[in-house]
Design a protein around this ligand. Structure first.
Ligand SMILES: Cc1cc2nc3c(=O)[nH]c(=O)nc-3n(C[C@H](O)[C@H](O)[C@H](O)COP(=O)(O)OP(=O)(O)OC[C@H]3O[C@@H](n4cnc5c(N)ncnc54)[C@H](O)[C@@H]3O)c2cc1C
Ligand code: SF4
Length: 810
């Protein structure tokens, strides 16, 4: 039996997960990977928290790898569960919840903690750092009730927090210990220009101020200063620096200075344990920006994948301020020291300032304010260390300011191929040009191919300009976005081509429609599989490998790697016999938790993969499809069977609908409900389709959602009979199946296409009948997945455990 090495990552953040992504690219099979994250989220782009706070970007937009990504890559992920101890002799980690995982290779990527000044009163409610989603949420929530914010720290992070709080409608004071803002990145001239611009935006500054205490009762009410002054504040953000998160490393006995000490291959003092990211200290430096951390991750990934690589030699860093309306760039030395000289350009009218710092004819630093388009080429020169003798003036003026009116594309055209465009990810102009040459025709595609724009997003204008430059005919036209980075074709074009050319498999679609990625990706594969199944219900054979793990195993994978089992309970109505059967099975298989779901059924949690077939066999009940993009539940109230207000048989109607449409595949999950009167106890008006009984008939509502974004459904029609309810529901569901994008809930679909267009498609009885005919045909081919599996040894084998190999997520 081949032994796959076990790799455990502690820290589900930017550096650690980038390392894992890199390892997977180099060698998908080399490791069995487990990731522990202290935060309860999948891996997200921490840099973008500033943009979330400033508005315009949702928290959901900053996820780098979503939950499905981990499943698809066979990574076992524990979130909200920090590792609390490492047994470096027995080679295992133990988490706060008691989970023990053995490792062959351990990577520590625990990041940093915000440095909280030990001021009297610092533990009061309303005093926080700015590091994670939770901090961001506290700031957003606080701004709804309170109005006065104080940010301690006038550096990059403090100013980004302050800008966000201003956007949230708060009155913001920034307190800074120095005379100049961003004193670690900017010289005085640039700093004063920055202060002026931010004051114009409404930010207030208290400079050269030492905070003495934080006052208030339980919650913060203000700050006092060493000079006797004071201000009111309902929220205090400490943004005075970060400290590498090394407590666990210290307890483990690793060598720690400021960070965990590592060599050029990110090896710590204990064999088999590596460290990357802000928690690591390399040649005396613990970095606090992503670009160097990604470089470290790349070296470590190659090392672990067995690829020959030079060691990590340290990095020169550059920073940009991500505050709208203010462009600031800084790299290398910004104040000349003995042996260095600097050249400056200042345009007071346009608010532009430039400074380059030179030593021994090499560029060693640059500060730009107001126009930062030359940041990338200057940073490249700093990194390359080449001689700039005779080009000093051109560097100061030539790239942009000296040539007013020259377009960004034209300037980029003159840049050398090896100049860096995306500083965060180290992507050169040449790499982006090559990606465009290979067919990438949108920023999203370039991001997917090269990672450029994938972190702070500050290089997006340059990438767009390169697209203009190299995308030939499409210059000036909006660049078309496909369903994913593998194609520039949209959903409708793909479905039309499938029909016109009678394409019959996912592979064929990708070949004929010239996919850029021959194997597709996790977005397009399941989408194509759905469209083909929708078009050809009789002929198309579902491609299991194009589905997510939940749908492959017909069970919901849980965060600890076990599965949940939800048998169908039509209309939420069960019987003593059925309950006894469920109880017997739950006891026999030692099911740790049995819970009622929001959809009125019973969910058996904590089931091992190998027990799934046995449990389903003994339950002998249809699958509730609690995991799939399919009809989930039809929730009902008791209706006129028992309720004195009920006007119709809600239970009977609900059961009829559930029996009619169970097993139907839909673009995204679909939930239905039936209420026996307008009191609406079954909450029918927040469902994909809700039926509400009235005197002498039924009202139908569509496009409701009670999830992340609550949406009340819209009135579709009123009908008299149960048969008509079924007819309209059939037509509506089939029209949704045929027209929505894969993974698009009805609420989003209706917002996109408008209710009017749906009413128009359904109002004619003949059209409804035709749609009903098509959904009935599809339903006639559907089978209960578990009946198939328990009667088929080959399918059953997929659930067997291989000795010595962890089975979850496989
Ligand atoms: C608001 C903001 C804006 C920023 N802007 C920029 C920018 O513009 N440019 C730039 O280059 N950088 C920026 N940064 C810095 C950048 O985000 C960090 O350098 C980067 O995230 C560090 O990556 P990391 O993996 O080392 O740490 P993190 O991303 O912090 O990840 C570490 C993870 O480990 C988890 N963890 C800690 N201990 C344990 C444990 N015992 N068990 C399990 N999990 C654990 C933590 O909860 C965390 O999720 C910004 C940071 C913030 C907060
Ligand atoms: S919706 Fe009406 S019929 Fe149904 S339980 Fe509530 S009050 Fe009774």
């Amino acid at each position: 039996m081949s032994h796959v090495k076990r790799l455990v990552l502690i820290g589900n953040g930017m550096a650690g997960m980038r390392t894992i992504e890199h390892i997977l690219k180099l060698s998908t099979e080399a490791y069995e990977i487990t990731v522990f994250g202290e935060e309860p989220h999948p891996n997200y782009n921490r840099i973008m928290l500033s943009s979330v706070l400033a508005g315009g970007v949702e928290l959901s937009d900053i996820v780098i790898n979503d939950w499905d990504w981990y499943t698809e890559n066979n990574i076992k992920l524990y979130t909200g569960d920090p590792v609390t101890s490492i047994d470096s002799v027995g080679k295992k980690v133990i988490s706060a919840s008691g989970i023990e995982v053995a490792y062959d290779i351990l990577i520590m990527a625990t990041g940093s903690n915000p440095f909280m000044l030990p001021l009297p009163g610092a533990n009061k409610e309303g005093v926080i750092g700015f590091r994670n989603i939770k901090d961001c949420q506290i700031m957003m929530d606080t701004s709804k009730t309170y109005k006065k914010a104080a940010v301690i720290g006038g550096g990059l992070l403090g100013l980004e927090a302050a800008r966000g709080l201003l956007n949230l409608g708060m009155d913001v004071n920034v307190i800074h210990i120095h005379k100049y803002l961003m004193d670690r990145q900017l010289d005085q001239s640039a700093s004063l220009m920055l202060q002026h611009d931010l004051e114009q935006q409404g930010m207030k500054f208290l400079l050269e101020k030492h905070t003495a205490s934080i006052v208030g009762r339980r919650r913060v009410q203000g700050l006092t200063f060493a000079d006797g002054g004071e201000i009111e504040a309902d929220l205090v953000i400490m943004a005075v620096g970060i400290t590498p998160n090394v407590e666990l490393a210290k307890r483990t006995g690793l060598k720690v200075n400021r960070g965990i000490v590592v060599n050029d291959y990110m090896e710590t003092s204990i064999p088999g344990i590596y460290a990357v990211g802000e928690c690591a200290e390399h040649r005396g430096i613990a970095y606090g920006l992503v670009a160097p951390l990604y470089e470290q991750g790349a070296v470590l990934a190659k090392r672990l994948a067995g690829t020959v690589t030079a060691g990590y030699a340290g990095s020169v860093t550059s920073t940009k301020l991500k505050v709208s309306g203010v462009d600031v760039f800084s790299a290398g030395y910004f104040n000349d020291k003995p042996g260095m000289r600097s050249l400056r350009f200042q345009d007071e009218i346009d608010g532009i300032y430039k400074k380059i710092v030179i030593q021994d004819n090499r560029l060693v630093g640059a500060v730009l304010f107001g126009d930062i388009t030359d940041g990338a080429p200057l940073f490249s020169l700093i990194k390359s260390g080449e001689s700039i003798e005779g080009r000093e003036k051109e560097l100061l003026l030539g790239f942009s300011t000296g040539k007013a009116g020259e377009s960004l594309a034209s300037k980029l055209g003159k840049m050398a191929d090896d100049e860096i465009i995306c500083g965060c990810n180290g992507v050169t102009k040449g790499t982006i040009a090559e990606a465009i040459g290979n067919g990438c025709s949108s920023v999203a595609e370039i991001k997917m191919c090269t990672k450029a724009t994938g972190s702070c997003g500050g290089c997006k204008p340059q990438v767009e300009a390169l697209l203009q430059l190299y995308a030939g005919d499409t210059i000036g036209e909006p660049v078309k976005e496909g369903i994913c980075g593998c194609t520039s074709l949209g959903r409708d074009e793909i479905v039309e081509s499938m029909k016109a050319m009678h394409l019959m498999s996912v592979k064929e679609v990708m070949n004929v429609l010239e996919w850029r990625e021959p194997e597709g990706c996790s977005k397009c594969r399941p989408a194509l599989n759905y469209y083909l199944g929708m078009l050809y219900p009789a002929e198309y054979k579902d491609e299991k490998e194009s589905r997510f793990a939940n749908e492959r195993y017909h069970a919901n994978i849980q965060k600890d790697g076990t599965y949940s089992v939800i048998p169908r309970i039509y209309g939420g109505v069960t019987s003593p016999a059925e309950l006894k059967k469920i109880a017997t099975v739950a006891e026999k298989y030692d099911v740790p938790l049995v819970k009622f779901t929001g959809g009125q059924r019973l969910d058996l949690f904590g089931v091992k993969k190998e027990d799934l077939p046995g449990i389903w066999e003994e339950l002998d009940m249809p699958s509730g499809h609690g995991y799939g993009k399919a009809l989930r539940t039809v929730k009902t109230c008791v209706g006129n069977t028992f309720c004195r207000f009920g006007t119709q048989d809600a239970i009977g109607m609900g059961i009829r609908l559930e029996k009619a449409f169970e097993r139907i595949n839909t673009p995204a999950k679909v939930k239905l409900a039936v209420s026996g009167c307008p009191r609406n106890c079954a909450e029918a008006t927040v469902k994909d389709l809700g039926v509400v009984a009235i005197d002498g008939g039924w009202e139908l509502y569509v496009g409701g959602n009670a999830g992340v974004k609550v949406r009340a459904s819209e009135f579709l029609c009123v009908v008299k009979t149960e048969d008509e309810v079924v007819e309209w529901t059939s037509a509506y569901l089939q029209y949704y199946r045929e027209n929505a994008n894969w993974n698009e809930r009805t609420a989003n679909w209706i917002e996109r296409v408008g209710l009017e267009s749906i009413i128009k498609a359904l109002e004619n009885a003949e059209d409804r009948q035709a749609l009903m005919g098509r959904i009935e045909e599809t339903l006639s081919y559907s089978k209960d997945p578990w009946k198939d599996i328990i009667n088929n040894d080959d399918l059953r084998k997929n659930f067997h455990t291989l000795s010595g190999v962890e089975t979850v997520n496989s």
